[in-house]
Design a binder for this molecule. Structure first.
Ligand code: COA
Length: 322
């Protein structure tokens, strides 16, 4: 008997506060037209002071639990993808486990920057297929606004806060058709966020803010995402026309459009949340997936390609029959 992971519920949370491009243009030398033309972003959400990755993760997770009509105790593995954990330790996964009142199973974090939720889905899939877990909660939760330098116009316009969740459960029918994850640490200097409490080799006193060489990241992202699309289709002996929906990481509308073009997909088949959310790092793919499931665009039985690219570099895809 085959054993697959199947999506049984999704959830998402966005903080209340909206920060528009116009408001950012009062803080740094930029404009709504520059940001919108170069990135596709018009506004993003910013977490309140009392919010944290785990508090946002809890709201997204509870939505997914409600949608799946299961009890929190049915979850035997929690994976939280975050680059902005509440604490260095315990993991945000453990903090979420406590918030959900779950005493059994295991919880941990995965750190793969913007690719985190795809890495999480891939790990969940392996655990379920092997029989090591039955019901897995994957959450991407980020408060990017706390690691952004609000005086740096090249990065502060790009990011936003939020959390997305997906519940996967063992099933005899696929489900997750395949996942593909990769990393190449060679590019660590193009996109990183220093830990201000750790000494660097160079002994520099760096602030804990995102640093990025945007133009170079852009080129690698477009090429790499093109390759992951080919790899995913080949692994499933599928052609481009078999994919109903593309749910991409939301970093830049031009990167998203390049991947859609590669797939010969119209933008109507691409889930885009970037305009009002910005780049929410590991939360972005799951927030977009949740939105399109809830508004009825993604229907049961359809084939959905989720993909992401992030610091590391890390990149990956998950092909799912919803
Ligand atoms: N407002 C106005 N001008 C800005 C600006 C802003 N917010 N940010 C940068 N600029 C300026 C630069 O200073 C530069 O000016 P110069 O030509 O006088 O030197 C000019 O705009 C072009 O900068 P460049 O970085 O080449 O622009 P770009 O077209 O590559 O767009 C990004 C910048 C960041 C939007 C784009 O490179 C990008 O999206 N990269 C990928 C980022 C990404 O995906 N990151 C996350 C991966 S998970």
């Amino acid at each position: 008997m085959s054993r697959y992971a199947r999506v049984i519920g999704t959830g998402g949370y966005l903080p209340e506060k909206v920060l528009t491009n116009a408001q950012i243009s009062l803080m740094v030398d930029t404009s709504d037209s520059w940001i919108h033309e170069r990135t596709g972003i018009k506004s993003r959400r910013i977490a309140a002071d009392h919010e944290s990755a785990s508090s946002m993760a809890e709201i997204a997770a509870r939505q997914a639990i409600d949608a799946a009509q299961i009890a929190p105790e049915d979850i035997d593995l929690i994976i939280v993808a975050t680059g902005t954990p509440d604490r260095v330790y315990p993991s945000t996964g453990c903090l979420l486990q406590k918030r959900l009142g779950i005493k059994n199973g295991v919880a941990f974090d995965v750190q793969a920057a913007c690719s985190g939720s795809i890495f999480g889905i891939s790990i969940a899939d392996q655990y379920i297929k092997s029989g090591a877990a039955q019901t897995v909660l994957v959450v991407g939760a980020e408060i990017c606004s706390r690691i952004v330098d609000w005086t740096d116009r090249s990065t502060c316009v790009l990011f936003g806060d939020g959390a997305g969740a997906v519940l996967l459960q063992a099933c005899e029918e696929a489900g997750v058709l395949s996942t593909h994850i990769h990393s190449d640490g060679e590019f660590d200097d193009l996109l990183y966020c220093p830990n201000p409490q750790a000494a660097t080799e160079a002994g520099k006193d760096e602030a804990g803010y995102i640093a990025m060489r945007g133009n170079e990241v852009f080129k690698v992202a477009v090429n790499t995402l093109g390759r992951i699309v080919d790899e995913t289709l080949e692994a499933n002996a599928m052609d481009k026309a078999s994919i109903d929906w593309l749910v991409p990481h939301q970093a830049n509308i031009r990167i998203i459009a390049a991947t859609a073009k590669k797939l010969k997909m119209s933008m109507e088949q691409v889930v885009v949340t970037l305009e009002t959310q910005g780049n929410t790092s590991s939360a972005s793919v799951l927030l977009a997936f949740n939105e399109a499931v809830r508004d009825g665009r993604i229907q049961r039985g359809q084939v959905v390609l989720l993909e992401a690219f992030g610091a590391g570099f890390t990149w990956g895809s998950a092909l799912i029959r919803y």
